[in-house]
Design a protein around this ligand. Structure first.
Ligand SMILES: O=C(O)[C@@H](CO)OP(=O)(O)O
Length: 250
């Protein structure tokens, strides 16, 4: 019998719509994002996928997306664990910056290196910057050296993996249907791990907002079907293109 994992990127946020680098900035969903979360919940119901346990980041766009989707599925009551290790990749000094303006200022190569390279982080953010997170009370219990000032995808994978093994794998192993509501880049890290993608291959991986991605896993936690399956493949394909081209729109 296979194990069931559902990955859900939050619906569109106010800053996704404005084309701003977001990272750890706690931006809310916009109306479109709420509708995407609603549709995500409907897709769960249509596919008879009723989560038994929820794991989310500490950011409200993921938390609210999961709440809306689970409400639709009448599973708002399931046990929930939240952790900073599922947060979006910290975007360093790019947080709050316009993607199109950044592309114009630094050029395509640098822009894409910062957005998608596996191991090159953006410049670090100053801890007193208006978009820094160092003094945020939700991270107060974290040792200062664990509070990032920037992260590349490799950093995200390294901080997400302990959570994957310590918290998510035991729930999967217990036969629970597990919903992970998180972010474009923290989910890219988890998918890279699941599908054993190479460092160069993951550069081309984009995750759309609000469309559940289903992985059936073998007993050894490898995917039955590499890449999993989006519950709305046509919408996912279109949305993946849109994510890829962010920055190019004016
Ligand atoms: O701004 C961000 O935090 C992320 C996700 O929205 O953007 P990108 O897709 O450019 O990595």
């Amino acid at each position: 019998m296979s194990l069931t994992l559902i990955l859900l990127r939050h619906g569109e946020s106010e800053w996704n719509a404005k084309n701003l680098f977001t990272g750890w900035v706690d931006v809310d969903l916009n109306a479109k994002g709420e509708a995407e979360a609603q549709r995500g919940g409907e897709l769960l119901v249509e596919n008879d996928l009723l989560p038994d346990v929820l794991h989310t980041s500490l950011l409200k766009r993921a938390i609210r997306t999961s709440q809306i989707a689970l409400q639709v599925a009448d599973r708002h009551w399931i046990p929930t664990k939240r952790h900073w290790r599922l947060n979006e990749r910290h975007y360093g000094a790019l947080q709050g910056k316009d993607k199109a303006a950044t592309l114009a200022e630094y050029g395509e190569e640098q822009f894409m290196t910062w957005r998608r390279s596996y191991d090159t982080p953006p410049p670090p953010i100053d801890n007193d910057d208006e978009f820094a997170n160092f003094h945020d009370p939700r991270y107060a219990a974290l040792p200062p050296e664990l509070r990032p000032q920037t992260e590349c995808l490799k950093d995200v994978l390294n901080r997400a993996l302990p959570y994957w093994y310590d918290e998510i794998v035991p729930d999967l192993g217990a036969g629970k249907t597990v919903l992970v509501a998180a972010h474009g880049n923290s989910l890219r890290a988890i998918v890279k791990h699941l599908d054993q993608m190479g460092d160069a291959e993951v550069v081309g991986l984009n995750i759309p907002t609000g469309i559940p991605l289903l992985y059936q896993l073998n007993d050894d936690y490898t995917p039955v079907t590499p890449g999993g399956r989006y519950l709305d493949p046509a919408a996912a394909a279109a949305a993946i293109e849109a994510v890829k081209n962010q920055g190019k729109k004016k």
